[in-house]
Design a protein around this ligand. Sequence first.
Ligand code: 5AD
Ligand code: SF4
Length: 477
Amino acid sequence: MNKDYSKYFTPSLKEARKRLNKNVEIIEYNLPKHLIGLGENKKYLIKTYGCQGNLADSEKMAGILEALGYQETFDDADADIIIFNTCAIRENAESRVFGELGRIKGLKKHNPNLLMALCGCMPQEEKVVDVVMKKYPQVDIIFGTHNIYKLGEYLYDAYFTKEKVIEVFSKEGDIVEGLPTKRDHHTKAWVNIMYGCDEFCTYCIVPYTRGKERSRHPEDILAEVQELAKEGYLEVTLLGQNVNAYGKDLNINYTFANLLDDLNKINIPRIRFTTSHPRDLDDATIEVMAKRGNIMPHLHLPVQSGSNSILKKMNRKYTKEEYLDKVSKLRKLIPDISLTTDIIVGFPNESDEDFAATLDLVTQANFEGAYTFIFSPREGTPASKYEDNIDNNTKKERLLTLNKLINEGFLRGNKRFEGQVVKVLVDGKSAKDPNLLTGYTGHNKVVNFPGDEELIGKIVDVKVEKAYTWHLRGIKN
Ligand code: 5AD
Ligand code: SF4
């Protein structure tokens, strides 16, 4: 008997906000036998929006689909199933998805068996499922962030019931281990170390769409990284919304610093991690980073604002001074560290003085890059109820002014490598100039240099000849 999906639930953000003291269970994934072969002679295409968390989820969905027999395609017209793995962080991320859903609606005329699925963060919002049901009837399957491991069952039900399959949970699920994963890259891998977020920054939808903080067990993470090292991967990026809170929910006296220290003993050249929260970044973590080894000298430390009153309204739980204190500690122990950040401008009530405080912080922190955003009210978050009282022109001007300052830091950060020999993990040919190879240094700087294709996937020494704002130009040493 197939499940009855006709009375579907739409998620409740009030429910999603609750943090129950329920134990998180570990589910070992087993591919249900009746699903094997479901994708034979069929092709899938996954469109991924948003953060690295979604990229990692898409790799797991691809893993499930391939285990079912599907093959990957990059051509809309060739696909039998198109999955939209969506992002809800700002309105424009959503508009892109709705635009794309409209654009490819006609594909069903040519391929009546084509299935379209919407998953990720958007369905976890309160209204999206209803909007999609009313305005985008071309969507056949909707599920959220907590149940991607059930993708096979949803496809099976959609094929055999010919009805819409909708399942989105308000509450987070358990941790699923052992999902098959089809990694996009042969030398760089994402490794989730935890899911969810308990910070509740007032502007942010993520604690609602991704649920409460749940850490994976250290032995599962270490085993995954060891396996990746064995398979020849050269770089691992640890993923979590607030990696510095890693382990707190496990009650086993094991912190993010302990995890980094243990990973430092594994024979893999590069470990990175994202994202850090300034309040939770502790001395122990900075000290482990200072041991270097395979831990890369780059830290993405989102500050969001340099104004104490805005930081308070954002519920960030630190002041400008405390943030700068952490930066000093980092620079003292890791003098060459490259620091990047995220900043939001135009938060409700942000005055000229508040914005000036942000510019001052940017100058003092000496960032070498940043993602900058205009505040986007997300329904259901506390900040969406604050009066959005900064006019659009002011928001845009602030963004331009900020970006100019950030770009100066970007160039300064690149210039310090002129004349030096740096280690570059070569990703592939440069998209702009196929005669050049491109890759990243330990400090996370892009380097382009002429070189042979056989260097792709290797770490090579490159002498930096010239620094530009967005990249370094070098020659193989
Ligand atoms: N509006 C604008 N930017 C946001 N971010 C998160 N929520 C919002 C929002 N509502 C930004 C923050 C965060 C990054 C991932 O996205 O800067 O660090
Ligand atoms: Fe959102 Fe804040 Fe959690 Fe980051 S730490 S995901 S900005 S709530």
